[in-house]
Design a protein. Sequence first.
Lengths: 365, 282, 280
Amino acid sequence: MTKESISAKGDLRLTRLSKSYGDFTAVDDLSLVIPEGSFFALLGPSGCGKTTTLRMIAGLEEPTVGSIHLGTTDITTTKPYQRPINTVFQNYALFPHLTIFENIAFGLRRRGIKDVDAAVSKVLDLVELPHLAARAIVNRPALLLLDEPLGALDLKLRRQMQIELKWIQKEVGLTFVHVTHDQEEAMTMADTIAVMNEGQIEQMGSPADLYDNPKTAFVANFLGQSNLIKGTISGNDGDSHIVDLFGQKISLQKNRSHANDQFIYAGIRPEKFRISRLGTPTSGNILTGGHIEDVSYIGVSTQYQVEMPWGQELMVFEQNDDGVAPFSKGEEVNISWEPIFTFGLRGDEDATAGSEVNPEELDEE
Amino acid sequence: MGKIRTPYLLLLPGFGFLFTFFILPIINLAQTSTQTPVGGGDTGQYEQTLRFSNYVDAFVENKEQFGRSFVYALIATLLALAIAYPLAYAIAFKGGKLKNFMLVLVIAPFFTSFLLRTVAWKQILGEEGFVVPTLRNLGIISDSTTLTSSAFAVVMGMTYNFLPFMTLPLYASIDRIDPRTLEASGDLYANGFTTFRRVTLPLSMPGVVAGTLLTFIPAAGDYVNAAILGSPNTKMIGNVIESRYFKIVDYPTAAALSFTLMAVILILVTVYVRKAGTEELV
Amino acid sequence: MSHKIKDATIPHIPTGARISRWIGRNLIRIYAVVAFTYLFIPVAYTFAFSFNDSGKSNLIWKGFTFDNWKNPCGAPEVCSALANSIKIGFLATLFSTILGTMIAFAIGRYSFKGRSTSNLMIFLPMATPEIVLGASLLSLFLVFKINPGFWPTVIAHVVFCISFVVVTVKARIASLDPRLEQAAMDLYANERETFRRVTLPLVAPGIAGAALLAFSLSFDDFIITNFNSGTLTTFPKFVYTSAARGIPAQANVIGSAMFFLALAIVITGQIVGRKRKVSA
C-alpha cells in the first residue's frame, strides 16, 4: 500500500460494495457508476446506508466486500488523506481552534501548496457563505462529497444554498456526490438520483424519470406521494395493458409497467387526477362512484380525499386555476386522468413502503 | 497492523507504574497484616505466620474508632450534600454570566493549603477566636462549653474540607438538566417540591453518587481534622493507623487496620453504587 | 421610548410584602452568597493573619504589619518546605500528566480487550483512602529497604494524581467531535498530522486542566506525604507540625500568595480561552 497521495481522475465506480457491522448489513452488494462531472445524489431515509456509502467513498470506512475505483485506480483501502476526494461534513465540522482562513487553508498546507493566500481568497470570492464548502472546494478534488451539509439550516436559507451549490458545481466542474434524506433537495440539485433503501439502490435516474415512472412502491411513496390501486391485467390493447381495478377498466402503457404477472398496482400521482361532477364530460381513464371525504385548501392547490366504492381513499391535488367551483364534502364525483400517467408496480409489493418515513428526521450516525 | 497494539502501548507505562506502586503495595500490605513480631528481635522485625487473628485483635481493640470514622464520615457527607446541593443548583440555574466565575470560587479555597484552612478554623472556633466569646456573651453556650476539641469541630472541619468535592460533580450533573424539563413538570401540575423530588433529584443522581463517594471515601480515612480539631475522645481510625506506624511501630496491626478500612469502604461503595443504580463511576 | 403606565394602574403592594417576595425570588442567590462566605472564612482569616505583627505564635491579633510579606522566609524552615513542595509538585505533575494522558487516550480513543479492567484500575486508587495508599507504599519501600524521602514522595504523589489526570483528559476526549479528526484526514492530514494539528490542540485545555489539578493535589497533600517523606519537610507537613505550637505568620503569607497566584492563573486561563473562542 502506498502512502503517497493519489492523483486519479475519472468516473467513480463502486463494485459489489458491502459493509456489515456484526449482524447488521448497512450496505448490501451495491454497484454504481458516478460519471465524472455529474451532480449525483444518494437519497433515502435514515439507516438506508447512504451515509455509510459516502464514508466508504471518503475512506472513513473500509468496505467489508467490494471495491471502489476512481477512473482506473483502485482506492478501496487507501487512507482518506491519500484520496483526491473531499467532504463537506454535516454541520461543516470546522476546526474550532483555527480561524476560518486557517480552516480553508488546512488542506492546502497539508499538501504543501505554495500560494495559500491566493487560493483561499479565490475560493472565498467564489463561495458566498465561506464555511459552507470552501474548505473542501479549495482543494479542487476529483470528487466532492456532501454529507447533508444543509440539514441544520432553515428552509429558506436551505433553498438558497441549494441553488448556490448547484451553481458552484457548474462553475468549478467537479463531480459532486450528495447524500440527503430530503427528496426535494435531491431533485432540486442533482442530475442523477439513486434512491436507497435497506442498503440497496431501489432505482436510479434523473429526477423526472424517478418521479414520473417509479419502479417500486418505495420510490413511488418516498419521492412525492402516490395513489396505488390494486388490480389485475385483464386484456391487451396494442401498446397498453387493460387493467381491471375493482371492476372498472383503465389503460396502462406496457413500457410503464414493472409488474411480472397479472397482479398489479396501478399508480397515479395525486396531481395527475382530475375530479369532475357527475354528468360532466370526461376523457382518458375514468373511475366512477367516488365521493369527497375531505377538502383542504392550501393556496396553490386544493387537496381532496376521495373515497372510492371499494373503500380506498384516493388523494387528489387540484390546481386552483380553472375557475371551477371547489368541490365540497360529500359530493358524488368521478375521477379521471391521462392514461400515459399511469405506472404499474408488482402486485405483491407493500403498497405503503416508503410512505411511513418522515423525511424531516435526521440521520443519526 | 500496529493499530491493535496502540492502546496497549499507551497503557503500558502508566499501568506498569500503577502496578508497581499501587497493586504491589496493596498485596504487600495484605501480607504484612498477618505477620507477627520476631521473638526477641528488634522492633520492626516481622515474620509471616499467617496470623489472621491480627484482624480480630485490631478490630476489637479499635472498634470504637472504626465506628466513629464511619459515623463522622457519614454525617459530614450528608451535611456536605445538604450544603452543596443548593449551591450547585444556584450556580447551574441562576449563575448566568457568572457561572464560570462561581465555579472558580468553589475551587478557589483549595488554593490555600487545606491544613492552613483547618488550622484557621481551629483558631476561629478556639478560645482565643471571636466566635466562642460572642456566643458566651449572648448566652447561647455556657462558659464551660468549647467548640474545638469536640466531635462537632471534627465533623464541621471534614464537611468544610470536602465541600468542593461534593459541589463540583453535583454541579456537573445539575448543569446537564434541561431547564425545560422542570418547566414541563410545573406545567404538568407538579409543585416546586414535587418537581424537585420527581425530576431534578433523579436527573442529578449521578452527581449525588459521585459527590458522596468523593466525600465519604477520604473522610472515612481522614485523620488530619481529628488531629487538629478534635480531642483524644474523637480519634478516628486514621489516627490509630498513623500512630501504629509512627509511634508504636506495629506494622502488622496497622496493615490489618488499613486493609479492613479499605475493604469496608469498597464494600460500602459497591453496595451503594448498586443501590443508586449508577454504574458509571469514572 | 417606554410607555409609562399611570401609577394608579399599578396595584399597591405593601413594602413588607415586597421585601418578602424579593427574598423568596432570590432565596437561592442569597443562599449562594452565604455558602461562598462560609467557604472563604478560613481563607480570609489566613490572609488577614498574614499581616499580624505576631512574633512567634500567630494566635492572637497583635497589630498590623507588612513585615511578614516583606520577609516571607523569615520563619525557620518555611521556605525550604515550600521549595520541597514545589519541586515535588512539579515532578509529580510532569509524570502523572504524561502517564495519565497516555492512558486517557488509550481508554478514550480505542476499544480493546480489557478496557473495563483498565477503567477499574483507574477507579481503584481514587476509591482507596489516602492513608491506605500512603501506608501501603511505605510498607513496600521498607521491604525494599528504600528510605522514605524526596523520590518516594514523588512516586506516591504520581500514584494518586494519575487517576485524576485520566478522568479529566478522558472527559475532554469524549467531548471531542469525531468528525473533526475525520475532516482533518479528509483534508490530506495523515494520522500523525491529524493528531498534532487537530486532536492535540483540541485536547490541550483538558491536559492543562489536568496538570493544574495534579499540581494542586500534590502541593496540598499531607497524609500520603507524611508516610513517605521521612525527614523531608513539605509545606503542608510544616503547617501540621507547627500547628501545635502556633504557625508563623510567614506560612499565612505563603498560603495567601499561593491562593492569589493560582486564582490569577485560572482567571487568565479563562480569559484566554474566551478570547480564542471569539476570534475563531
